[in-house]
Design a protein around this ligand. Structure first.
Ligand code: SF4
Ligand code: SF4
Length: 305
């Protein structure tokens, strides 16, 4: 591994004062790149490793400054219509610099481990008071394993609590190394049926289930999350299989993350198609029914956000 590969990574967001990504108050670092393509993905800007442009049409005053800056002809105003030819964009960010209305935002930037850690350590006092720390999320942190490892290692040097949020679709060797500097693993499980899994997220679930079992066997603290998507993975059969799988592993509590409709706007800003536009969120009664059903099967459900 060269110095460049291990010291630098592509980050699309750093959120301070996070309270949903592990215990206490935390800073969550969101990395670019994901091996899955979940139909319901609520961070579509994270999927590719390359920076992507977000364009908010309502903020555009058609001044044409971005068009002048773009040497690749990706920005254009044609017959009074504002056009972005995303396939020509290299992600250089010059148009973003030129735009005075913030209509354009580049999602994704290369940062060093130290640049990320400088952001994280700003809230060290808060972490100590709240028993919080640092969480690496994504995208998928295991797409940039050395970068993830090095950030978490810096956290451990300062005795911070460390968490990763992962889909688990990665070589065990990468995961095993990262576990050495990780206190808590937040692990996403999407579907127990491998064929359905592949249909909805693009890969089967074999490696994901295998890695999850290995982490639990290592007695590492694991918090399992299941994104609950109406009509896709919330059938009686799938819920029963989830319950059986976790009871077998002596996991008694799982968090459901119910589908919500907020992601739709993000897809529009990124010029991406969103295939679940017609889906509506659960009512609180529907969620309560699912929670009770799982309780009867021996699994305590926490409803997350
Ligand atoms: S990011 Fe660079 S290549 Fe992409 S549209 Fe803007 S100026 Fe053009
Ligand atoms: S620079 Fe900004 S406001 Fe001007 S045309 Fe481009 S996106 Fe619109």
């Amino acid at each position: 591994m060269t110095r460049c590969e291990s010291d630098r990574g592509v980050v699309f967001d750093i959120q301070r004062f996070s309270v949903h990504d592990g215990p206490g108050i935390r800073t969550t670092v969101f990395l670019k790149g994901c091996p899955l393509k979940c139909l319901w993905c609520h961070n579509p800007e994270s999927q590719s490793m390359q920076p992507v442009l977000s364009f908010e049409r309502e903020l555009c005053i058609m001044c044409g400054e971005c068009v002048k800056e773009c040497s690749r002809n990706a920005q254009a105003i044609v017959d009074g219509a504002r056009i972005i030819r995303r396939e020509l964009c290299s992600g250089c960010g010059r148009c973003v610099e030129a735009c005075n209305t913030n209509a354009l935002i580049l999602k994704g930037q290369t940062m060093t481990v130290e640049e990320v850690f400088r952001e994280v350590i700003r809230d060290e006092l808060l972490y100590r008071k709240s028993k919080g720390g640092i969480t690496i999320s994504g995208g998928e942190p295991l797409m940039q394993p050395t970068f993830t490892y090095n950030i978490l290692r810096r956290g451990k040097e300062h005795n911070l609590h460390t968490t990763i949020e992962t889909c688990g679709h990665a070589p065990w060797a990468s995961l095993k190394k990262i576990l050495k500097v990780t206190d808590l693993v937040i692990y996403d499980l999407k579907h127990m049926d491998s064929i359905q899994h592949k249909k909805f997220v693009g890969v089967d679930n074999v490696l994901i289930l295998k890695n999850l079992k290995k982490i639990i066997e290592k007695e590492k603290e694991v918090h399992v999350r299941v994104p609950l998507i109406p009509g896709l993975n919330d059938s009686e059969d799938n819920l029963l299989k989830i319950a059986e799988f976790f009871k077998h592993l002596r996991v008694t509590s799982v968090e459901f993350i119910p589908y919500h409709e907020f992601a739709s706007t993000k897809y529009e800003l990124l010029g991406m198609d969103y295939s679940l536009k017609a889906l509506t969120a659960y009512t609180s009664e529907e969620l309560e029914q699912k929670r009770k059903k799982m309780a009867k099967l021996g699994i305590k459900i926490v409803i997350g956000v």
